[in-house]
Ligand binder design. Structure first.
Ligand code: COI
Length: 365
């Protein structure tokens, strides 16, 4: 792919309709998740001939897309999820942006989209947060959720790798992802559907994977569950991931276990950070194949002491119960696990600047 040798200068067009303070404050007081968007967005265009060009910060608004744009027909879309955190001194930081930039490149490769240079990715986020800094909330557990994404937008109905693409960043003030906050959730085991296939796009962060999760996610909601669990597509036996987050178990002996990266699991930045924090504490950590049966029986016998979901949006969310067509184990009214909550606390303490950043994970925006 074409890379830029010199950094692109961002052309800036401030919004003339930036919302008044009172309106913004009302949104920041109760942001929810993914409902409200800031006043600006970033866009960068790409063509085979010109590479990445025309980097802009513009007022937030609708995209003008040709009805034949390839993304609308063949789903060539990838995205990232990140957050900007306000520290007690008012400064604004983000967490491991290079890791998200590198993952966007891996997703681009798999979806035959152009790779955005990582420094340009980080700069794009910096540009948006700079102009919309007043949208970064400061209440506990709130942040500005950042959604970088890329689409193929060539006007052509032939099926081929992108010849023309556009990259965008939008931002949305965020509270907890789940409506009930950090309370334990129930998980529904999908027995009829898979999210990914061997050799498929499971490891890429592409819209199609999430589209495929929605019908089973509806099934999960109908059974009172907050997320759906997918098992491996070959045998339906090994845990892979949830609809939009990775999964961990804490065993009775204190070992932290998570499904190994199988090629069809998303390599979560939160997942790898939790693994690191656990290793730093001297916990025994295993990335391995985990059967659904091990989790189910473990919840029954107590061998699996805790379970949790993790992701940028979900942070670390305790899992209280596991439900399927033919069984139900656990109890969401039981208190959240101690290890789960202390890993959550440590991670968020680093992100919000309450603990020293010993791994160099934080970038000031
Ligand atoms: C994230 O955690 O940032 C994601 O992209 C997952 C999505 C379900 C919100």
């Amino acid at each position: 792919s074409v890379t830029t040798d010199t950094p692109l200068a961002f052309r800036q067009t401030p919004s003339s309709k930036a919302r008044i303070l009172a309106e913004r404050d009302a949104i920041l007081a109760n942001p929810g998740f993914g409902k409200h968007f800031t006043d600006h967005m970033v866009s960068i265009d790409w063509t085979v001939e010109a590479g990445w060009h025309d980097a802009q910060v513009t007022p937030y608004g609708p995209l003008l897309l040709d009805p034949a744009a390839s993304v609308l027909h063949y789903g060539q879309e990838i995205f990232e999820g990140m957050k900007a955190y306000r520290h007690a001194d008012g400064s604004i930081w983000t967490f491991r942006p290079e890791a998200n930039g590198a993952r966007l490149q891996r997703s681009a490769k798999r979806l035959a989209l152009p790779e955005l240079p990582i420094d340009l990715f980080v700069e794009s986020v910096r540009q948006l947060v700079k102009i919309d800094a007043n949208w970064v909330p400061s209440a506990p557990e709130t942040s500005l959720y950042l959604r970088p994404f890329m689409i193929a937008n060539e006007t052509f109905l032939g099926v081929r790798s992108a010849q023309k693409a556009a990259y965008y960043v939008i931002a949305s003030p965020a509270g907890p992802y789940f409506a009930k906050g950090v309370a334990p959730v129930a998980i529904w085991v999908s027995s009829d559907y898979a999210r990914a296939a061997k050799g498929g796009t499971g490891a890429a962060k592409c819209g199609g994977n999430y589209a495929a999760s929605l019908l089973p996610q509806m099934e999960a909601s109908e059974h009172g569950c907050a997320q759906v669990l997918f098992c491996d597509p070959q045998e339906g036996k090994y845990l892979e991931e949830l609809g939009g987050m990775n999964v961990f178990l804490v065993m009775k002996d204190g070992t932290l276990v998570t499904p190994e990266l199988s090629g069809s699991i998303l390599e979560g930045v939160t997942r790898s950070s939790i693994l690191q924090l656990a290793r730093d504490r001297g916990m025994k950590v295993e990335e391995r194949k985990v059967t659904l049966d091990e989790w189910r029986r473990g919840f029954e016998t107590g061998d699996v002491a805790e379970a949790f979901a993790c992701g940028t949006a979900a942070v670390v969310t305790p899992i209280g119960a596991l439900k399927a067509k033919d069984f139900e184990v656990g109890d969401i009214s039981a208190p959240a696990g101690k290890v789960t909550m202390s890993l959550r606390q440590e991670l968020t303490d680093i992100q919000y600047g309450r603990l020293p950043d010993t791994h160099g994970w934080m970038t000031r925006l």
